[in-house]
Structure formats: structure tokens, C-alpha cells
Design a protein around this ligand. Structure first.
Ligand code: AMP
Length: 194
């Protein structure tokens, strides 16, 4: 199964990906996690990315694509993947298309989570209190939501035109949202061990 999760910051992509990777038997690849790992490791790339991330902007397409390409070339991604946080603009959607065609691994489905903005703001506030992620502070979140509306929201259309887009209601108990997602996944894509 090759799956992309789309949705605003705080819409539940990471939470759901953590659960889905168990049932689908494929890795959860989050470009945000890859970038945060580079920041923690203090690599030159991480140092460059940190400032941009802390401001709520997007890290450059080249850097993120390079990281993603490297991650997708690892063995575990041969079974498929759940991509979380990529693509975040139309140029990245195009780049992913090119990369996956070269790998002969086209996407099976793109699932977009719909969550109203007041719920999003509440969830991110909770996460900020619980995890203290620097870019979850209220000012940066406002910027991230703006970037989402301007640059990432159009990506849904890109996939709708390719008949890959499924939209699910992301509000409600975590289990119920997981069920809604599994309900829209295409049949015939093997679950774990299948
Ligand atoms: P996330 O954990 O997905 O919310 O990502 C946290 C931050 O990492 C974002 O606000 C961006 O600064 C950066 N980031 C993550 N994924 C991407 C991407 N695909 N393109 C550019 N920047 C990204």
C-alpha cells in the first residue's frame, strides 16, 4: 500500500499513521520527523532547516525531496509506505509523481482529513502543552495554517484530478477516524503479512 495522508497541522496525520502502519505493514514516513531528526543531530541540513521550521515556513523543496528519496530507497519502503507531511505544495506533488514513476511505485490512494480550524487550534494547543514542540506555539501555528491554506490545500485538487483523493471526517474518537480511513482504502492492496 502506498498512501499519502493530507491535512492541516494537528489534523491527526501522525496519530493515524502510527496506527495504520501496524495494520498495513508499511513504514510511516514523516518529512517533519526526518527534519526534526536532522535538527536534533545538528547536521548542516538540520541547522539550515531549524530556522525555517521555527518560523512556520516550508523548508526548501530540494532539501526535503533529497531526504525523502533517501528514505524511500531503504528496504522497508519496498512494501509500500504511509507518507505524512509530503507533498506540501504543487511542486512537491509533481516531484513525488516523477520520483514514484521512476521507482515504478505509483500511489494507491491519498486520504485527506477534514478538521475545522477551531478544533485544529485546540488540538495543537494541547500538543504544545504535552510535547513542547517549538513550532506549535500560537504565533507559529497561525503561520503554519496560513501556509497550509495557500500552498498545501491545492494539492488535494491535484490528486482529485487523478482520481486518487478520498476525504474523511477527521473529528471524533481516534478509533472511529481510523475506521473511516480503512473504509476508503482500495481493496486488493495487501495488509501486513498478506
Ligand atoms: P510537520 O511535522 O509535518 O508538521 O512538519 C513540521 C515542519 O517541518 C513544517 O512546518 C515545515 O517547516 C517542515 N516540513 C515538513 N515537511 C515538509 C515538506 N514536505 N516541505 C517543506 N517543509 C516541510
Amino acid at each position: 500500500m502506498r498512501l499519502v495522508l493530507l491535512g492541516a497541522p494537528g489534523s491527526g496525520k501522525g496519530t493515524q499513521a502510527t496506527r495504520l502502519k501496524e495494520t498495513l505493514g508499511v513504514p510511516h514516513i514523516s518529512t517533519g520527523d526526518l527534519l526534526r531528526a536532522a535538527v536534533s543531530a545538528g547536521t548542516p541540513l538540520g541547522l539550515k532547516a531549524k530556522e525555517v521550521m521555527d518560523a512556520g515556513h516550508l523548508v526548501s523543496d530540494d532539501i526535503v525531496l533529497g531526504m525523502l528519496e533517501e528514505r524511500l530507497s531503504q528496504d522497508d519502503a519496498r512494501a509500500g509506505f504511509i507518507l505524512d507531511g509530503y507533498p506540501r505544495n504543487l511542486a512537491q506533488a509533481d516531484a513525488l509523481d516523477g520520483l514514484l514513476s521512476r521507482l515504478r511505485q505509483p500511489l494507491d490512494v491519498v486520504v485527506k482529513f477534514e478538521v475545522p480550524s477551531d478544533a485544529i487550534i485546540g488540538r495543537v494547543e494541547q500538543r504544545f502543552k504535552a510535547e513542547g514542540r517549538a513550532d506549535d506555539n500560537p504565533d507559529t501555528v497561525r503561520k503554519r495554517l496560513e501556509v497550509y491554506a495557500e500552498q498545501t490545500a491545492p494539492v488535494a485538487n491535484f490528486y482529485a484530478q487523478r482520481h486518487l483523493l478520498k476525504v474523511v471526517d477527521g473529528v471524533g474518537p481516534i478509533d472511529e477516524v481510523t475506521e473511516r480511513i480503512t473504509g476508503v482504502l482500495p481493496r486488493g492492496t495487501a495488509p501486513a503479512g498478506g
